[in-house]
Design a binder for this molecule. Structure first.
Ligand code: MEV
Length: 308
């Protein structure tokens, strides 16, 4: 039997504008993982997705199904036929909630198949193959999710450009609060596109401001100026509200975190539901986490950035 895994991710700054070629910053979240195992089987390739309770016979599956599609693009890359085997996916990453569950499942499947077929594969190729399937999940993905998850390190990402990683001079901590509202990224991304088509000048100006925030935040992280990050999160959140991807539930959690002493907070990923993040420290960690649960968070993950 072989096993491969991939982490979740959060976008610290820059979601949505990144689709329109502005920079964004994302980091892996190791506390939540997608894990794929492959075991021997006499005939054919069977895919079991335990969390969504699905079983697919690869030979009969809809080729556009994301699970069948990532197997197909991986086998095509190696120019090999489907192996016999039982491929099982277990993921602790909540679906449609801004933590990169689709990309993490793809990355873990590519890595598991490569190991099962005894084929070497580098991070760049894992990312590229996963991006093919991100297009099915997201419509017009920037590629940031598959990149940060395949490379498993902090990235400063600009669409179409080679990835840049960056130094975290002083580690910092964020709490990630889940609204419990599943919200497919594809829908939020499509709605932003319709907004942009309706008023390009306004949306381009908002995207410029979001991109500038992501660049400022990178500089702050590289210089250890953590006190600047809270206000930058608040400004980024304000712009995400303008482009229409926030929600009542997200704003309730954001307000609760701030009332409990956090210096800034914003939604992460596609928005409309899913998760938010807030900057915390040792002095307010317990109070902020308790406030998030009291405001309706279904789960809170605390993660250190720069402690890998
Ligand atoms: C999704 O994690 C991030 C978005 O910016 C979409 C994308 O970059 O493809 C909303």
């Amino acid at each position: 039997m072989i096993t491969a895994s991939a982490p979740g991710k959060i976008i610290l700054f820059g979601e949505h504008a990144v689709v329109y070629n502005r920079p964004a910053i994302a980091v892996p979240v190791a506390q939540v993982q997608a894990i794929v195992t492959i075991e021997p089987r006499a005939h054919g390739l069977i895919i079991h997705a335990l969390d969504t309770d699905r079983t697919l016979d690869y030979a009969q599956a809809d080729p556009l199904d994301p699970l069948a599609a990532i197997v197909r693009v991986t086998l095509a890359h190696f120019d090999l036929p489907a192996p016999d085997g039982s491929l099982t996916i277990r993921s602790a990453i909540p679906i449609a909630s801004g933590l990169g569950s689709g990309a993490a499942v793809s990355v873990a499947i590519v890595r598991a198949l490569a190991a099962w077929l005894d084929q070497p594969i580098d991070d760049e190729t894992v990312s590229r193959l996963s991006y093919e399937v991100e297009k099915l999940h997201h419509g017009t993905p920037s590629g940031i999710d598959n990149t940060v998850i395949a490379y498993s390190r902090p990235v400063y990402f600009v669409r179409g450009q080679p990835i840049e990683t960056f130094e975290v001079k002083r580690p910092f901590t964020v709490a990630i609060g889940n609204t419990g509202v599943a919200s497919p990224t594809k829908i939020a991304v499509g709605d932003v596109r319709r907004g942009w088509e309706g008023d390009r000048a306004q949306y381009e100006a908002w995207f410029d401001q979001i991109g500038a925030i992501a660049s400022e935040a990178r500089a702050a992280i590289e210089h250890g100026a953590i006190d600047q990050l809270g206000p930058l999160m608040d400004r980024n959140q304000g712009l995400l509200e303008h482009i229409g991807v926030s929600s009542v539930e997200l704003e309730r959690l954001i307000a609760a975190a701030k009332a409990a002493g956090a210096t800034g907070a914003k939604l992460v990923g596609g928005g409309r539901g899913g998760n938010m993040i807030t900057l915390i420290d040792e002095t307010n960690r317990e109070t902020v986490v308790a406030a998030l649960y009291a405001a309706g968070a279904t789960n809170v993950i605390v993660t250190g950035i720069g402690e890998w």
